[in-house]
Design a binder for this molecule. Sequence first.
Ligand SMILES: Cc1cc2nc3c(=O)[nH]c(=O)nc-3n(C[C@H](O)[C@H](O)[C@H](O)COP(=O)(O)OP(=O)(O)OC[C@H]3O[C@@H](n4cnc5c(N)ncnc54)[C@H](O)[C@@H]3O)c2cc1C
Length: 502
Amino acid sequence: MSPARPRAAVIGAGMSGLCSAVLLAMHGYDVQVFEQHSKPGGLLHRFSRRGVPYETGFHYCGSIDRKDILGRCLAHLGVLDRLEWTPLDPEGFDIVRLPGREFAIPVGVERLRERLVDAFPHEEKGITGFLADMLEAIEHYGLYRFRAEIDPQSFLQWEAISVGDVLARHVADPELEAILSAQGSLYGVATHEAPFGLHAVIVHHFLSGAWRAHGGGDALADALVQRLDELGGELHQNAEVTRLLLDENRRARGVELASGERFAADLVISSLHPRLLFDLIPEEGVVRKAYRTRILDQKVGMSHFGVYAELDAPVQALQRRNLYRLTEDDAGCILRDIAPDDVPFYFAACPPSTQGRDGKEKHTLLLTCALGWDKVARWSDSRHGRRPQGYKDLKKNLQDSVMEAFLRDFPQVRPSVRRVESSTPLTTLHYSRSPNGAMYGHYHSVPQMGRYRLPQIIRIHNFIQVGQGVFTPGILGATLSAYYGCGYHLGLSRLVQELEAT
Ligand SMILES: Cc1cc2nc3c(=O)[nH]c(=O)nc-3n(C[C@H](O)[C@H](O)[C@H](O)COP(=O)(O)OP(=O)(O)OC[C@H]3O[C@@H](n4cnc5c(N)ncnc54)[C@H](O)[C@@H]3O)c2cc1C
């Protein structure tokens, strides 16, 4: 008789949970994934209105060439070729628009350097120095460079200095500083607090090539679920985990669901924000008091206001490119909350058109801005879909303001706007359970990263945390968190060898 396969329970079917599930299933585990929502994907998920799909948390990603880390991981997981990828414009995949200047960020660090020097010749030395620091910093992120080992000292050094520190060291022109830090909205931390190493990795992965997946976040999640299914794993939807089952030796033994069902497991992976973990462990003393206090004292990441518009025609200027629209020469405005009649910043993306139920092509426009949890917290006890009028009024005012800000910049789009919807941090909280509706879970700042990074392994045996709540954000961060997390169990060197052989 062959020995029984080890069992793994994965809590949450977002990017990190699904990648972990596939990795474990590839290595012989009998994997069960539990997702509280009615569909997989977590923050990746798409929603539809009248047959028109809208992306929420996946506009684009970088590095999906097989020679680059994300592409290699997705190939190793067996999903890269199941997806149809469209490159964004290599001559300018992200446009940064400032009050008096527009700058297109091209693929390639050297190409970016040349273009920046053309635009800011007086800053040539500083531009070269800033980008050289970026290339130096990424070398210390082990897995990002296909290495299992990491030199903690040099790595920590790049998370102990902020993007603001490195900018101040090299450049002085405020427009240039704003351009070099505008993509900070990809991790949602103020320039003076954002760890330079984190910024370097995220920006560098886009400079290696920016891509969209046909079918968006749903397609990515579905490909992972399909692969899991082929490997014998199972996804349970509408399956909220309410308790982590432990034995007397602080060993994870499985999970209990809201339905009361219990699933035994030899290994439990949680992709929840670590704050939510305490709800799953009613027992005293399992988690060190110091750890609990540390988590609860930490700042949660930024939250956002999303606008989703159906258009009759595509926005020509945003075909295969995104827009970072700053109203000041200061990337600080990216994190400033919008208010009725004040939209300091918006990010705009137009995914490829889709075919509607009526057979006509449908075009969408997605706008993302900062909106703090405190602006909606007073309605957090109300039910989704039945929020009070005050909340609806605020939402409508903000939606109108953001749309107006966009239409002032693109007046030609006005006649083609069909319908507009919006989301607040309460919406994000409702669908993903991300604390305070945070976009990126954790606030990945210098005081909360580097030597203060949250551990993936804690005092509970056979229990590992993955996801942007304990690691870095984005598709890349969620994926790498799964490799590092499962690497504790399967051996990171082994996973790196497999990646190299893929
Ligand atoms: C507006 C927005 C735009 C973004 N754009 C991009 C982009 O263009 N490119 C990019 O790379 N990244 C982008 N991101 C970030 C990216 O979406 C996230 O970093 C990533 O999806 C996080 O994955 P995760 O697995 O860490 O977390 P999550 O997706 O939050 O997964 C956690 C899962 O756990 C489930 N869950 C919670 N509690 C329970 C429970 N008790 N029981 C069972 N299940 C539970 C949740 O429902 C969820 O499915 C964006 C995010 C947002 C919000």
